[in-house]
Each structure stands twice: as C-alpha cells, then as structure tokens.
Design a binder for this molecule. Structure first.
Ligand code: NAD
Ligand code: WQD
Length: 346
C-alpha cells in the first residue's frame, strides 16, 4: 500500500524538521513546503542523513495561492496537512504586527482555501500555550479560558484557532486538530537537526547553549521576585522529539476519521520548572558551568504556566519520554555540532 502523504508547511523549521523525521519513522510520506524565511536548506541534509533518504521539499510561500495549488496538483494524493509555517518572534510582532497578521493568519486562510479546492480535509495546526495568557488556575487544561493575547504573535494564534472553529461550524469538510505547545526545547539525539535561532536568541534554551559555548557572554535571568519556589518564572519545557510524535498521532487520529470537527490538545510535560531549575538541569546534564546573573523582569512574561496533559495522553497516547536534563543535553549536543560545522567551514 502506498504511504500516506502528509504536507508539512514549515517542515524545514525547528519543530517541523523533527516532525518530518517522526512521520517517516511512523511510515508516512511527508512533503515539505517552506520558503526558508527562518530556516536553512542544510536542514534538509540533516533530515536526509538521519533517515537515509531525502524528504521532498517545495520552496514556496504559503501565502502564494497559485504556488500552493501547484504543489497540491503535483503531489495529487495528499492525505493531510500539518501547518507549522508562521513567524514566531514575540518582540518582533509588537514592532511589526502587520507582518505577523499577514504571514500567520494570511497563510492559514490561503491554505484552507486551497485544501478545500483540492478536497484535502485533515489539518493539524501549530498553536501555542500563549492563548491562555496569564492563567488563573494551574495546571491549564483545554477548558481553561483563552484570554486576550498580549502580543500580536499571540493574537495570530488565537485568531487562527477562531478561524478553524468558525470553519468547523460550517458545512466545510475540513477537520482540524490544534496542538497548543508549551515550551519546546532540545534537539534530535543524532544532533543533526535542532533549533537555528537567527541573531540573538530570545528564547531561554538557545540563549543558555550559546552562552555556554561562549557566543554570548552571560545569560540574564529575567526576574527572581515572582511568586514561585525560587522567584523565577515557571514553564513547561517539552522535548521537541516528544512534541513531534504528538503530530504523528494527531495525524493518525485524523486519518482514522475520529475527529468530528475541531479538537484542541495541550502538549507539554505536565511539569513546571523554574528558570533557575532549567539552568541547573543544563549544568548537571552537561557539566558546563553557566555564567548568569539575575536581571529585571521582562515585559509581558507570564509568571507561571504548565500544562495538564491528560487529554493528549488519553486521546493521542502522548508520552513524555525525556527529562529536562536529557532535553538540555540534546540541546547542548546540537550546539556543539553547530560549532564543529562552523569550524570546518571557516
Ligand atoms: P521555525 O521558525 O523554526 O519554523 C517555521 C518554518 O516555517 C521556517 O522553516 C520558516 O522558514 C517557515 N515559514 C514561515 N513562514 C512561511 C511561509 N509563509 N511560507 C512557507 N514557509 C514559511 O519555528 P518553530 O519553532 O518550528 O515553530 C513552528 C510553529 O509552531 C509555528 O507556527 C510557531 O508559531 C509554533 N509554535 C512554536 C513554539 C516555539 O517555542 N518554538 C511554541 C508554540 C508554537
Ligand atoms: C522562557 C523563560 C523567560 C530568556 C515564548 C513565547 C510563547 C511560545 C514559547 C510560541 C521565561 C526566561 C528567557 C532569557 C530568561 N512561543 N528567560 N532569560 O517566553 O515562555 O514563551 O516561546 O508560541 O508564545 O512567548 O519562552 O524561552 O522566551 O522564556 O530568564 O534570556 O525563560 O523570562 O520565564 P516564553 P522563552
């Protein structure tokens, strides 16, 4: 039997590339669509080296309806789509909101229109725990109220969820699963793919690994006066390989026809860790001492959030297979492999 073809928009990105690997390992045939606005072609080599086979890739922009149509026409029998393609820098979205609404909301609308034209009815969408804002109760379940977003980026995720919900109330045949990721970290155990932040990272883990590697001088921990165990923010750090597998089971559920209209799932570990605990986990896992200082709070930070993952566990069979230390070790191995590559190229 032919393998089911899954279109993966943003498949050359951080979470997308790990998901492409997981899809192939689970017996699917992923087809990547990416405009490489936030990724590099070398990611495709990493994927090919892990799998021993390359993944087909169309270099197009998801806002380009004609180009998307060509892909659907060429590939013909696409069974479902995972839509990762989006911009994700929270700070930049505050500076350039239209860029974010255009790319994140615009690309979803275009994609849905083309899916309808080509009668492709299964969509897994990348959402985010950012839709919960500052939650009143922890851990957050899928029933926890969605709040007004505190950045244009966050708002694009909220609007995209609303678009999918609105569509599910029509006679459209499109079904969707929105996965609300908590904080994805780490890299593939081969260290052949991982996160590739452009410029100075704003996320914690790439900043930690770049500091440990001497690329950044010092990590600033944004505030230690929150109402948490050690005063630093609490987050739910989920290994990207575990997160990737959640997409595979979400796709399987869709293809089995089990999704009536739209479903939402939290994907985290169910554990909250402080920033200081994350730093300690990094130091313990790698044996590298990190140069850090406590600085002022960062505007817009949620003091404390972590997931209740009961629904994903029960319905998707989601599992957390690695500890925070293991995830940190994989992020470090990836950083070291980047350094090695940079040296070889110099
Ligand atoms: P990423 O930037 O590494 O990957 C996104 C990929 O999409 C990149 O390869 C980029 O080149 C591509 N892309 C962007 N716009 C495109 C367009 N218009 N057409 C074609 N390709 C386009 O990001 P990621 O961390 O892998 O995130 C994937 C998705 O998950 C995004 O939707 C993001 O908002 C969401 N998400 C990420 C996090 C996180 O912390 N990484 C958390 C929650 C949700
Ligand atoms: C984690 C913790 C910081 C950097 C963001 C988006 C969210 C989602 C995931 C996509 C926080 C602290 C960080 C540093 C620090 N993305 N920190 N020093 O803010 O939880 O979430 O990425 O949907 O929408 O907002 O992730 O990695 O930036 O921060 O102390 O240099 O690390 O204050 O507590 P965040 P992060």
């Amino acid at each position: 039997m032919a393998k089911e073809k899954i279109l993966v928009t943003g498949g050359a990105g951080y979470i997308g590339s790990h998901t492409v690997v997981a899809l192939v390992e689970a017996g699917y045939a992923p087809v990547i669509v990416d405009n490489f606005s936030n990724s590099e072609e070398s990611v495709l080599d990493g994927i090919a080296s892990i799998l021993g086979q390359s993944a087909p890739c169309h270099r197009i922009d998801c806002n380009d309806a004609a180009a998307l149509r060509d892909v659907f026409a060429q590939e013909q029998d696409i069974a479902g789509v995972i839509h990762f393609a989006a911009y994700k820098a929270v700070g930049e979205s505050v500076e350039q909101p239209l860029k974010y609404y255009q790319n994140n909301v615009g690309s979803l609308v275009t994609l849905l229109q083309v899916m309808e034209e080509y009668k492709v009815y299964n969509l897994v969408f990348s959402s985010s725990c950012t839709v919960y804002g500052i939650p009143e109760q922890l851990p957050v379940t899928e029933q926890t109220p969605v709040q007004k977003a505190n950045s244009p980026y966050g708002n694009t995720k909220k609007i995209c969820e609303e678009i999918l919900e609105d569509l599910s109330k029509t006679d459209s045949s499109i079904k969707s699963i929105a996965l609300r990721y908590f904080n994805p970290i780490g890299a593939h155990p081969s260290a052949k793919i991982g996160e590739l932040p452009l410029g100075v990272p704003s996320n914690l883990v790439p900043f930690i690994t770049q500091t440990a590697a001497g690329i950044r001088q010092q990590l600033t921990i944004f505030g230690d006066d929150y109402d948490t165990a050690d005063g630093t923010n609490v987050r739910d750090y989920v290994h990207v390989v575990d997160l990737a597998k959640a997409h595979v089971t979400a796709v399987a559920r869709m293809l089995q026809g089990k999704v009536a209209d739209i479903e939402f799932f939290n994907v985290g570990t169910g554990r909250g860790n402080t920033v200081l605990e994350a730093v300690q986990a990094f130091e313990k896992a790698t044996g590298v001492k990190l140069n850090y200082k406590i600085g002022p709070r960062r505007a817009g930070d949620v003091p404390k959030i972590y997931a209740d993952v009961t629904k994903a566990t029960e319905v998707l069979g989601f599992e957390t297979t690695s500890t925070l230390e293991e995830a940190m070790k994989s992020a470090w191995d990836w950083q070291l492999s980047l350094q090695k590559k940079a040296k070889q190229e110099a």
